[in-house]
Design a protein around this ligand. Structure first.
Ligand SMILES: [Zn+2]
Length: 290
């Protein structure tokens, strides 16, 4: 009798838990710089300082996604370009990113290769060591990252940069960031789309400090949707650009800076924090037949 009651209680609990809507929450933020002026702030106030007001949000969501603008490396040979824009930050900051709730970073941008192949290798190693995932690199791993949300849906992520290599010579045989290429990107999106329920494409593009997206961005953004992207998340201009709803999908042309040092341009201190909820009722015992 006692066994029967325990079993009944257990079944009821499973039904209650099963009937509860399962929510997946994805948080998107823009450019993350951890060197230059941000490094000075970190030295003065501690590594967790830039994340103090968002940490709890990031830890509670299902996945926090951003763009890491620069390698995490101790390597001292930067590539050949303007010294003021050759970025690097300590590998130890990978732990800081993880502790503050970041989960997935796009490395496809115009600064990841600032310390060449060694810088990228060090970055990948540091991020992996602290359980962080990444998109936007090719060679060592697939560009596609998939994540199964609490609602049972599979989310796919891809990362691209439209900017050509700066200050180093590309080698097909070595790990690099993923450059946007109309044909290859179309193919990759088409293939990735088969492996997930929702596909999010991050793209580093646009003109810095332009508050409105260009016709080229519009054309490329729409092509990404036509290829199969459900959401396009843009960054690089350091300011917010428009959001377009195209064929029922959203294109965020630029979500602005998330963590960056002072820039003498208007609107660089504004940022979009995109919190996206996806709910799907799943039941263990109700709704559909078990
Ligand atoms: Zn950039």
């Amino acid at each position: 009798m006692k066994k029967g009651i325990t079993l009944l209680c257990l079944c009821m609990l499973l039904i209650i838990l099963g009937c509860r809507p399962k929510t997946t929450t994805l948080s998107f933020v823009g450019d993350i710089l951890l060197s230059r002026g941000v490094a000075s702030q970190i030295d003065a106030k501690g590594a967790d300082y830039p994340f103090a007001n968002v940490k709890q949000i990031f830890l509670k969501d299902s996945l926090t996604i951003g763009n890491l603008e620069g390698p995490l490396t101790e390597h001292d040979q930067g590539v050949y370009k303007n010294r003021h824009i050759v970025f690097k930050a300590s590998q130890q900051l990978a732990k800081t990113l993880a502790n503050n709730g970041l989960n997935l970073l796009s490395l496809a941008n115009n600064h990841t290769m600032d310390y060449g192949y060694q810088g990228l290798q060090d970055t990948i190693k540091a991020l992996k060591e602290h359980g962080l995932d990444m998109v936007g690199t090719r060679g060592q791993q697939s560009n596609l990252h998939t994540f199964v949300g609490e609602n049972g849906m599979t989310f796919g992520f891809l990362g691209y940069t439209v900017f050509p290599p700066e200050g180093y010579i590309v080698s097909e045989k070595r790990t690099d960031v993923v450059y946007y290429n109309p044909e290859l990107t179309h193919y990759e999106i088409t293939e990735a789309r088969k492996q997930c329920d929702y596909l999010i494409v991050q793209i580093h593009w646009g003109k810095e400090y332009d508050t409105y997206y260009s016709t080229t961005q519009e054309k490329v953004g729409r092509q990404l949707v036509d290829s199969g992207a459900d959401v396009v998340m843009g960054h690089h201009p350091h300011v917010i650009q428009g959001i377009e709803k195209y064929k029922g999908k959203y294109i965020f042309y630029s979500i602005g800076n998330f963590i960056f040092d002072h820039q003498n341009y208007r609107y660089t201190d504004e940022s979009v924090f995109c919190n996206w909820y996806q709910i799907m009722k799943q039941t263990l015992n109700g709704g559909q037949s078990p």
